[in-house]
Each structure stands twice: as C-alpha cells, then as structure tokens.
Design a protein around this ligand. Structure first.
Ligand SMILES: [Zn+2]
Length: 240
C-alpha cells in the first residue's frame, strides 16, 4: 500500500538519481552536421568519409510524439495494482530485499531483484552493482535479466515475474519491455526516476511492442528503510 511520500523522496532515491536528474531544458536532440564534417577533405579517410553526406535526409522528425499527452493522463490499466501481496510475491520480495542488503555491503545503493519463472521457480537473483563494477547499466534488474536469460538460453522471458525492491528506472523498464517480461512486482515507488508509474508508464505504453502488468508497494516499507539507512550512513561518513 505504501507510496513514497510526495515531495519527500527517501534519501536513497534522492541521491540515487541526483546526478541524472538535471532536467534537460530542451528535449530535442541537436541536429546538423557531425563535428569534423565541415571542410573535411578526402584526406580525412574512411572514418569520416561515410558521414560526410549532407544530413538533410537523415534528420528524424522532431516534436512531441502523437498520443504522448494522452498517455500521461494515467489510463486506468497503466496503474500498478496495489494491495496485500500473495505469499509468493511476499517471499520473492523478501529474497530481493536480501539481495538489496548484499549491494550495500560493497557500497552500492541497496536495491535487489529476483526473477521467478512461470512455475514460481527461482531463475535469477541479483543486486545493484553500479559502483563496484563502475557500470552505469549495473542495476539489479538488468543484471538479473541477463542471468535469467542465460539460464533459460533465450532473451525472451515471457511468463517470468521480476521482483525488485525499488520502482524500475527508464533503462530497466525498457529492458523489461525488451525481455517481454510477464509481470513486474516492485516495492517502493521512486518519484524521482521511476518509469513504471511515477514518471512514466512504460509497462503500459501502447507505442511499444510489449506491455505487462505490475504490482507495486510490496514490502515497500522495508525497501525504503534500507535506502534511507544507507544514505543516512553515507551522510554520517561525510561521503555525500
Ligand atoms: Zn534501473
């Protein structure tokens, strides 16, 4: 049931997304000739040769995608289910919380993830390793998806359920779409970076080629407690 307090994100979430939160004032990507193309002569060689064609045809249409506003108005089925978790969901989230604790052991933000197959068997478990691996994609969900896909020998995880202690970011939500995940269950909402309910509803975006149901708020309190304790400790140590 728990939702992240509005306007008062858990310290963890704040710091977690702090660096990336700089709001882009201009959502459009720059267009034009790539650097180095102007005045490039044949002497530039093969590398620049291919790109020297005038980019007039290469420009993509810009502007708000059609239907974007309508999607923002939270269609009912874009909302994550809330409520008392099933025994399976609760047990899986407890495992994910154990994984979150492992992340904190090596100085990573405590976020954990597990994936169960359609029969409820454990396919993968992982945790955030962004700091220890110096990997911007080292989020718990991405790592768990890789492990699960390796385990079953295919990238398609149809029928599987992914449990994660914090609402997935845009990257991870995109990875879930790409994995054709069967269902998502998460703990605490992330009002600063969450892409499955908070900032975006990528799990129910009709412009994408896969959608999946989501249940939110499962053991959210325990997830938030870990994040807040982690960042409180960091601040006490003067690292942040
Ligand atoms: Zn993520």
């Amino acid at each position: 049931m728990a939702e992240a307090p509005e306007g008062e994100a858990p310290g963890g979430v704040d710091v977690l997304s702090g660096a990336e939160r700089t709001a882009p004032s201009d959502p459009e990507c720059a267009q034009g000739a790539p650097s180095g193309a102007e005045g490039a002569s044949g002497a530039k060689g093969a590398l620049s040769g291919a790109e020297r064609t005038a980019p007039s045809d290469a420009e993509c249409a810009q502007g708000a995608p059609s239907g974007a506003e309508r999607t923002e108005v939270a269609p009912t089925d874009a909302e994550c289910a809330q409520g008392a978790p099933s025994d399976t969901d609760r047990r899986a989230m407890e495992l994910a919380l154990e994984e979150a604790d492992r992340a904190a052991l090596h100085g990573d933000v405590p976020i954990g993830c597990v994936i169960l197959d359609a029969q409820g068997e454990l396919l993968a478990r992982s945790h955030n390793r962004r700091e220890i691996d110096a990997d911007p994609t080292g989020h718990a969900e991405v790592l768990a998806l890789r492990l699960a896909a390796e385990r079953i020998g295919h990238w398609r995880l149809t029928g599987a359920t992914l449990y994660v202690t914090l609402e997935p970011c845009a990257m991870c939500a995109g990875a879930l779409v790409n994995a054709r995940i069967g269902r998502l269950v998460y703990g605490a909402a992330d009002p600063k970076a969450g892409a499955v309910g908070s900032l975006y509803q990528l799990h129910q975006d009709t412009r994408l080629n896969h959608r999946f149901p989501c249940t939110a708020g499962v053991l959210a309190e325990a997830s938030r407690d870990r994040l807040q304790a982690f960042f409180r400790r960091l601040r006490a140590e003067g690292q942040k």
